[in-house]
Design a protein around this ligand. Structure first.
Ligand code: LER
Ligand code: MN
Length: 280
């Protein structure tokens, strides 16, 4: 496995019931303690889930991250999904507002030095009366604007295929690759999430190899969305396939702790270390 691989964990800066977040708190003192603990386990980054955040608060969070020598590997503004963000809406005003709202969040990403942001859960749904081709055309045009806009904040956008029970388009890695190629959304990268892939991709290893350098970020929860090693995924072959495409970014344990955050954080880390240090 590449020496550049870095492990990360999902952390939210607000109280939330959104499942795959290992630690969540709105209290900055507790957040600092969490960052300290996460770093001590050995993680190098957090995928940071935020709610509406002022620039002032973002600077305060950045200070805590720096003090604990942690990076933000991805900024996730999950609350935007609830605000009705829809990049492929039939209504041009909704699309325009969605794009502007997302670009505003990139200022926060810049403050936090976050290299990536996802368009996965946060991209909206196709409505029943819509036509898939038309929807993809509108979605791709919005995403082209976003990819361009993201450049000035040094952020890369990652399309995340999500399983069919959570969204209604772009489920598998193959769907994402085809969408990017067919609609020529140059510069749009992919976030590969093992949990979703296990549901949607026929062969996870082949999909990873096909996606190649389009993959810019990876979520590594197990088949049951618990910590790596707690489900039935074969991490040896999955990490091997990431190695074979030269992936050298973050592997983030976006796992559901099911009430046992410390266990989830330590078990997953130790398991992955074991996998990465096992010589074939
Ligand atoms: C949603 O299911 C997911 O996997 C996250 O990465 C949130 O964007
Ligand atoms: Mn994910």
């Amino acid at each position: 496995m590449s020496k550049n691989i870095k492990l990360g964990l999902s952390v939210a800066t607000f109280e939330t019931n959104f499942g795959p977040i290992v630690y969540a708190t709105s209290d900055l003192v507790k957040l600092s303690e969490i960052f300290h603990k996460v770093r001590n386990i050995g993680y190098e980054s957090v995928d940071l889930f935020i709610d509406q955040t002022s620039e002032e608060k973002a600077y305060a969070i950045k200070k805590l991250l720096d003090e604990n020598e942690l990076k933000v590997s991805m900024l996730v503004c999950i609350y935007l999904a609830e605000l009705g963000v829809n990049f492929g809406s039939t209504d041009a005003k909704v699309r325009e507002k969605s794009i502007q709202t997302y670009i505003d969040q990139m200022k926060i990403a810049k403050i936090l030095d976050a290299p990536t942001m996802p368009v996965g859960f946060i991209r909206g749904r196709i409505t029943e009366k819509d036509n898939l081709g038309d929807y993809y055309k509108r979605l791709s045009e919005s995403l082209k604007i976003l990819v361009e806009g993201a450049k000035q904040y040094s952020v890369e956008l990652c399309l995340e295929p999500i399983n069919r029970y959570e969204v209604n388009t772009i489920f598998s890695l193959d769907d994402a690759i085809d969408f990017i190629d067919q609609y020529e959304v140059q510069g749009l990268k992919i976030l590969a999430d093992f949990f979703h892939m296990n549901i949607e991709d026929a062969d996870m290893v082949s999909s990873i190899k096909r996606a190649g350098n389009k993959i810019r970020h990876v979520h590594i929860p197990d088949s049951n969305r618990k910590a790596p090693g707690m489900g039935h995924l074969n991490y040896y072959e999955l990490l091997d396939s990431l190695n074979s495409i030269g992936y050298n970014g973050y592997l983030v344990s976006e796992a559901n702790p099911f009430g046992q955050s410390d266990l989830c954080a330590t078990f997953g880390f130790e398991y992955l270390e074991k996998v990465m240090n096992t010589k074939k």
